[in-house]
Design a binder for this molecule. Structure first.
Ligand code: SAO
Length: 396
């Protein structure tokens, strides 16, 4: 152990090194993420057990304050003004109580979501500005209204069921919202939440790589595909507003064959722009699959939304439409390792339980589901523990 002054100077040097390193990696996403991982890992070591517990205890508060500022119009008012604004000026344009604004702002300025430029005076930051753009403006409200409330309700709900595993409704979501509907049927009856959800999904794709950037689409789909223009090359089942299949079409413009997007009627009806090559087909995946003998039936982030029995139902519909020895089912999702699952997919699994009675799955669990639907895993394509993988399956 060094002397007190030695330690002070080592801490100061470390802080300077981190600053300098950050400047050097700011434009290089891979290195920036690596540095962030090291800093987060260091935080876990340096934080005391009491601090860790207190951080968890106090974690719902700032998100709740932010939700108040979003719903009351304060966020948009401040960001659109483009300059610092006093609580009293915000109160007079939004009609929100000045004292309420001041109190909700305190944790958020402490966290850097807004800046406190003077006494009771605030300006926006890149974080608050990002929060006004559609994907996160809708996404934040969707997650707070539905996921956060279900998560807060989950322990009580499980206690009442004697801690029975949630593998179908009713789960925390149904209990919390006094409904028998699973989340997607529920969203169909609540169009505002549905459009928040869709904006969230479309936006989140912008920050995630496409499947064909990580895995070899040539050998998975393109080589061996029938070259007739009448044949369907790829159908994206429950593909949202089509961002994924459109990106595939743009990446392989000369690949022969049709590209089809399927999703529920309100989602297809809500599409504002999509390349003409992509055919838009309203389709409920619990009904008979109308596209037969496609080269690839592609599904991203769908099965984790559903309990096992529903997944098998969906898979059976697809299996029936697949051509043995030619068609493939490609599932782009998390494939959990049996041990050492990183924090993000682990949290997502809990999220799926609370919100959808769904789950993230291990290789063993995927194999079980697919074989119950008459399918067989050809290969689990793994990109790394922090990334989603691709499950390649065919008719057994
Ligand atoms: N019964 C259903 N039939 C077809 N699509 C559905 C059904 N239920 C939910 N969905 C869609 O499932 C999608 C889940 S979100 C994932 C969307 C997209 N694959 C992506 O990765 O971005 C939403 O677009 C829902 O509208």
């Amino acid at each position: 152990m060094g002397s007190a002054t030695d330690i002070q100077s080592r801490i100061a040097t470390l802080a300077k090194d981190i600053d300098a390193l950050y400047q050097d990696v700011a434009q290089d996403e891979g290195s920036r993420k690596e540095l962030l991982g090291v800093v987060q890992g260091a935080m876990a070591k340096v934080e005391s057990p009491t601090e860790t517990i207190w951080r968890m205890i106090m974690s719902p508060h700032a998100p709740a304050a932010l939700m108040v500022l979003i719903r009351s119009g304060v966020l948009k008012d401040l960001v659109s003004s483009g300059k610092p604004k006093t609580a009293s000026a915000i109160a007079s344009t939004t009609g929100v109580s000045e004292t309420l604004i001041i109190r909700m702002m305190r944790p958020l300025t402490a966290l850097g979501v807004f800046r406190e430029t003077d006494v009771y005076t605030y300006s926006s930051t890149p974080i608050s500005e990002l929060l006004t753009a559609p994907p996160l403006y809708g996404g934040y409200q969707f997650m707070f209204d539905l996921a956060t409330r279900s998560l807060a309700n989950m322990p009580r709900f499980l206690e009442r069921t004697n801690f029975k595993h949630v593998d179908g409704p009713p789960g925390p979501f149904q209990d919390c919202n006094s409904t028998e509907d699973l989340m997607f049927p529920y969203l169909m009856k609540h169009p505002d939440m549905m459009s928040n959800f869709n904006a969230f999904m479309a936006g989140s794709l912008e920050t995630r790589p496409d499947w064909f950037q990580k895995f070899d689409a040539e050998s998975l789909v393109l080589n061996g595909a029938k070259s007739s223009p009448e044949k369907v090359l790829l159908v994206d089942i429950a593909g949202g507003e089509g961002h994924d299949v459109q990106a595939f079409g743009r990446a392989f413009p000369s690949a022969p064959g049709r590209l089809v997007l399927q999703d529920l009627p309100p989602v297809i009806g809500n599409i504002k722009s999509l390349d003409e090559r992509v055919e838009r087909v309203p389709h409920d995946m619990f009904e008979e699959q109308p596209v037969r003998g496609a080269r690839a039936y592609y599904m991203r982030n769908i099965f984790h939304d559903w309990p096992n029995d529903k997944c098998v139902e969906i898979m059976k519909r697809i299996a029936k439409a697949m051509e043995r020895g030619y068609s493939k089912l490609l599932i782009f999702e998390w494939i959990l390792a049996p041990k050492g699952v990183p924090l993000y997919p682990a949290l997502l699994d809990v999220n799926m339980m609370a919100l959808l009675n769904g789950r993230e799955r291990t290789e063993e669990e995927w194999t079980g589901l697919l074989s119950a639907a008459g399918l067989r895993v050809v290969k689990f394509h793994i990109a790394g523990p922090e990334e989603e993988g691709l499950i390649e399956a065919e008719v057994a």
